[in-house]
Design a protein around this ligand. Structure first.
Ligand SMILES: NC(=O)C1=CN([C@@H]2O[C@H](COP(=O)(O)OP(=O)(O)OC[C@H]3O[C@@H](n4cnc5c(N)ncnc54)[C@H](OP(=O)(O)O)[C@@H]3O)[C@@H](O)[C@H]2O)[C@@H](O)CC1
Ligand SMILES: [K+]
Length: 511
């Protein structure tokens, strides 16, 4: 699903007019679609007390349509007109049509006490004060509408965006209406995925307003939300006449003394995603203890250093396995030492297959960032904000506020696929495309979650998915499995190893 900035949305709107749409029709569609959704959520809508707050822009125009439609459905509707005469011809026409219905229209300035009472006694409030044209802070005189509707027991529906919030950033400067449900028009806007905006947005649903598909084609740098339809076509079917080689060989280079769990999680995740064979290459003394947890994986015991990590002396044993693998995951639980840096450099420069770098695999390239340009067949980096901060030299706060732009610039500059992990994970592709994954839950905020993700992406790569598809599908499957685990257990107690037990549910529908 597309995510467009307000400027891109305006461009698409203009383009839609060239494809036999009119702005009046788009507004009618937006209001009608939103009213239908509201009537469904509030069923039965008859005799429910509804206050529609309408501003002077086109968001207000959509509000007039919602008021008219809900009135026709039998709701008792009052419209509060804020900002005076609507600015656009279309919004004025929708106000004229509303005046033909039994709906009282109260100017905001008229009787504040009456408006307060209406808001407190309403069953539902529709927020159509400001949409994508809003900048800055709610003007004086509107603040009490936000306060009252936030205090009211009514369910609040925001049209396109809660008023008081910038549609491109999700930032609220001053007061903002808190919606239970936001109805986004045409497509999502960046604010709908903003990490700080969730408490104002409530649930977010997209309403189709009839913009023809051709009109979207003028945007060549759209951001996409990863969803089921985007992922499903890439997941592999398993023909009956297949053998283990049909599903690839993944080399996982992971684990060191004290960090063996990372190796278990990454290897098991890769196997459970359908990989034909997973090799776990790790320090020799760890092989036996790890074998107690890994039945199906093949161990590659490597020469180790005094700290219980893999020694570069092991490269003659490691590189031949890398050579016959169809993908490699390196870094989970390795420790950030000179030995690890040397091994990671060798993996990047020698691998003929695509490579996933995670955790200390990422930390290993911090002082030698240009090495990542040397990957022969694609590289995926899966940093969290702290690791990305070390990679880029930017602060974690700056990254949190500019994650899409920074991830995009990094992926383009170094020609890698970047998976920037967060509540909303950003997948930035080398060609400048960006996809966001929103389904994460706080049960994933635990050590080991990243190892699972690296293993899932590696497993998909090994089976032949393209580098970008593996990253996109991997983050989606990881968060969806975690969602199922949170439901089965709870976010507080669930462990990354519990998520492994739910992964199969996502693949079951393919069998
Ligand atoms: N996309 C589509 O295809 C369709 C979109 N539609 C709808 O249109 C909406 C966008 O409409 P819009 O551009 O008129 O913007 P909206 O937010 O209603 O109002 C902006 C007004 O507020 C003003 N203003 C801004 N900030 C302010 C502040 N801090 N304090 C005070 N005033 C402030 C600003 O004034 P200005 O800055 O211009 O002086 C301007 O007058 C969109 O969200 C969707 O609901 C549908 O109808 C149909 C199809
Ligand atoms: K709004």
């Amino acid at each position: 699903m597309r995510i467009l900035s307000s400027e891109q949305m305006r461009a698409v709107e203009c383009e839609a007019l060239k494809h036999s749409q009119t702005y009046l029709r788009l507004m009618e569609n937006a209001g009608t679609g939103a009213a239908k959704m509201i009537a469904r959520y509030e069923s039965p809508i008859e005799n429910r007390r509804c206050v529609v707050l309408c501003g002077k822009g086109n968001n207000g125009g959509d509000g007039f349509v919602v008021a008219r439609k809900l009135c026709r459905e039998g709701a008792i509707v009052t419209c509060v007109l804020a900002g005076g005469e609507p600015r656009s011809e279309e919004a004025r026409e929708m106000l004229r049509l509303l005046s033909l219905e039994p709906v009282s229209v109260l100017p905001l300035e008229e009787d504040r006490a009456q408006i307060n009472l209406l808001l407190m006694e309403a069953d539902l409030i529709v927020d159509a004060l400001f949409g994508t044209g809003f900048q800055g802070a709610l003007p004086d005189g509107y603040g009490f509408l936000a306060e009252m509707s936030n205090l009211s027991k009514a369910r609040v529906y925001a049209l396109d965006i809660p008023s008081g919030m910038n549609a491109d950033t999700g930032i609220t400067t001053g007061k903002c209406l808190k919606a239970n449900q936001t109805i986004a028009f045409g497509c999502l806007k960046p604010a709908h995925l903003s990490e700080g905006a969730a408490e104002y947005l409530g649930e977010v649903a997209v309403c189709d307003i009839g913009i023809p598909e051709e009109a979207f084609s003028i945007i060549d740098d759209a951001v996409y939300l990863i969803d089921h339809d985007m992922v499903l076509p890439h997941l592999r079917q398993r023909p009956d006449d297949s053998y283990k080689g049909s599903f690839g060989y993944l080399l996982v280079v992971a684990g060191s003394l004290g960090m063996t769990g990372a190796a278990v999680l990454a290897s098991r995740a890769a196997s459970q995603c359908g990989t034909g064979l997973v090799y776990l290459a790790t320090a020799r003394s760890l092989v036996l203890p790890l074998a107690a947890h890994l039945t199906e994986q093949v161990m590659v015991p490597l020469a180790e250093n005094e700290a219980g990590g893999i020694s570069p002396l092991s490269l003659p044993e490691l590189l031949p396995v890398l050579q016959k693998s169809t993908a490699c995951v390196a870094g989970c639980g390795l420790k950030n030492t000179e030995d690890t840096r040397s091994i990671i450099r060798s993996i990047i420069t020698n691998a003929e297959c695509p490579v996933v770098l995670d955790a200390d695999g990422i930390n290993s390239v911090v002082g030698d960032i240009n090495i990542i340009r040397c990957a022969k067949n694609g590289l995926i980096l899966t940093p969290h904000y702290g690791e990305f901060s070390r990679l880029t030299g930017k602060t974690v706060e700056y990254i949190a506020q500019n994650r899409v732009a920074l991830a995009k610039a990094f992926a383009q500059e170094y020609k890698v696929t970047l998976v920037l992990k967060g509540t909303t994970t950003v997948v930035a592709l080398p060609d400048g495309s960006v996809c966001l994954n929103k389904g994460s839950n706080s049960g994933l905020a635990k050590a080991g979650s990243g190892d699972l993700l690296a293993g899932i992406i590696g497993g998909l790569l090994a089976q032949g998915l393209g580098i970008n598809e593996a990253a996109i599908c991997g983050v989606y499957l990881h968060s969806q499995a975690a969602r199922l685990t949170a439901k089965r257990l709870c976010k507080t107690s669930m462990q990354p190893s519990d998520i492994l037990n739910d992964l199969y549910l996502l693949f079951k529908e393919l069998d």
